[in-house]
Write a protein that binds this ligand. Structure first.
Ligand code: PLP
Length: 345
C-alpha cells in the first residue's frame, strides 16, 4: 500500500504558504531581522515562533526515540486530528470508522468536515470487533480511529486486534494514545516503520499536566508528516506553548513521579469504589480515570454536583448505560469523592 495514494488530490497538488521564518533558515541571534514585519522592541514574544518547533521536537525525539522527521505538533491533539481529516477525507465522499463508546471529537470532526461516519460498537468487553470493522469498510473508508487506552472505558485494545487491523484495513489507522503514559503497554510509535498506514497521536494534556498550553503530537511516516506540515497553519504552536513545553520536557522526572502517584491513587480509588453499595461494576483502567457502573448514573451525578464534585456522566454512550467516569485526582480529592459517595443513600 502507498499511503500517499490515500491523500486528497487537492492536498497533494497544494503549494503551501511559505512564511518569513520558513524562507530564511539558519538564523542566528546576532542577525538583523527585518523580514517579517514584527515589532522590533523585544518583550519575549514580539517575534514569530519557530514554525517547525525544532527545540520541542528535539526533546520529544530524544525522549521517545522517534526521529524529528516523523513528528508533527499541533494546537492540541484536536488540531492534529483535524489536519488528518483534511489531508485524507474528501468532503461528501469519504468516510471514517469509529468504535463507540469512544472519544467524541472523531465524530465532531467528521461532521465539521462533511465526512460520513461508520460506527462499529466495541464488544461487551470494550474490544474492537475486527471482522465487523473490516466488513463495513469500503473503498472510501479513509480513517479508522482506535483510541487505546480508550476514553471513556479506560481499557487498552488487544495488540493482536490492532495488528490485524493495521494489516487488513485499506485506509489509515489512527491510534489515539492520549493516555499511553498511564499504561504498561508499549506505544505503537515503536512500530511506525513497519506500518506505513499508521498514525499515532499523543498529547501533553494528560500525563504531562499541560492541558492549558494545548500541545498535541502526531507520529507518522515522514511522507505523511510532510503532507500534514503543508496544510497546518504556519505558526500553529505559539511561542509561550513552546517555551512551557520545553521546560516540562526537560523535567521528565517530575512527569514520571506524578504519573506514579496517579497510578497509586487509581489503585486506591478502585479499592474504595468497591465498598460503595450502589457501584455494581468497576472497569479495568490503563488511564488516569476509572469508569464504573452504578444504579442510576444521572441521579448520582446530580447528587455529587450538589456536594461540589464534578465527574462525567457517560450514561448516554452506547454500552455505558449508568456509567460514571471519575478522573483520578490528588489523594485529598479522591478522599473527598469517596466520602461523598459513601454519604449517598
Ligand atoms: C484528552 C484526550 C485527548 C487530548 O486532546 P488535546 O486536544 O491534546 O487536549 C485526545 N484524545 C483523547 C481520547 C482524549 O481523551
Amino acid at each position: 500500500m502507498n499511503v500517499l495514494d490515500l491523500i486528497r488530490p487537492s492536498i497533494k497538488a497544494l503549494k503551501p504558504y511559505s512564511s518569513a521564518r520558513d524562507e530564511f533558515k539558519g538564523a542566528t541571534d546576532d542577525m538583523v531581522f527585518l523580514d517579517a514585519n514584527e515589532n522590533p522592541y523585544e518583550n519575549g514574544v514580539n517575534r514569530y515562533p519557530d514554525p517547525q518547533q525544532g527545540s520541542v521536537k528535539d526533546l520529544l525525539s530524544n525522549l521517545k526515540g522517534v526521529p524529528v522527521e516523523n513528528i508533527l505538533l499541533g494546537n492540541g491533539s484536536d488540531e492534529v486530528l483535524d489536519l488528518i481529516y483534511r489531508a485524507f477525507c474528501e468532503p461528501n465522499k469519504d468516510n471514517v470508522i469509529t468504535l463507540p463508546p469512544t472519544y467524541g471529537m472523531y465524530s465532531v470532526l467528521a461532521n465539521i468536515n462533511a465526512v460520513d461516519i461508520k460506527k462499529v460498537q466495541l464488544s461487551d468487553d470494550f474490544q474492537p470487533q475486527v471482522d465487523k470493522i473490516l466488513e463495513v469498510a469500503d473503498e472510501n473508508s479513509k480513517l479508522l480511529f482506535l483510541c487505546s487506552p480508550n476514553n471513556p472505558t479506560g481499557n487498552s485494545f488487544s495488540q493482536e486486534s490492532i495488528e490485524r487491523l493495521l494489516k487488513a484495513f485499506k485506509g489509515v489507522v489512527v491510534i489515539d494514545e492520549a493516555y499511553i503514559d498511564f499504561s504498561d503497554i508499549p506505544s505503537w510509535i515503536e512500530r511506525l516503520n513497519e506500518f506505513p498506514n499508521l498514525i499515532v497521536t499523543q498529547t501533553l494534556s494528560k500525563a504531562y499536566g499541560m492541558a492549558g498550553i494545548r500541545l498535541g503530537i502526531c507520529y507518522a511516516s515522514k511522507e505523511v508528516i510532510s503532507v500534514l506540515n503543508n496544510i497546518k497553519p504556519p505558526y500553529n504552536v505559539n511561542e509561550l506553548t513552546q517555551q512551557r513545553a520545553i521546560e516540562q520536557l526537560k523535567n521528565y522526572e517530575q512527569t514520571q513521579s506524578q504519573v506514579e502517584s496517579i497510578l497509586e491513587e487509581r489503585t486506591a480509588l478502585v479499592d474504595k469504589l468497591k465498598d460503595v453499595p450502589f457501584v455494581s461494576e468497576i472497569y479495568p483502567s490503563d488511564a488516569n480515570f476509572v469508569l464504573a457502573k452504578v444504579d442510576d448514573a444521572t441521579k448520582r451525578y446530580d447528587e455529587l454536583i450538589e456536594k461540589g464534585i464534578v465527574i462525567r456522566n457517560r450514561t448516554t454512550q452506547p454500552g455505558c448505560e449508568n456509567c460514571l467516569r471519575f478522573t483520578v485526582g490528588t489523594k485529598e480529592e479522591n478522599e473527598i469523592l469517596i466520602k461523598a459517595l459513601k454519604e449517598l443513600k
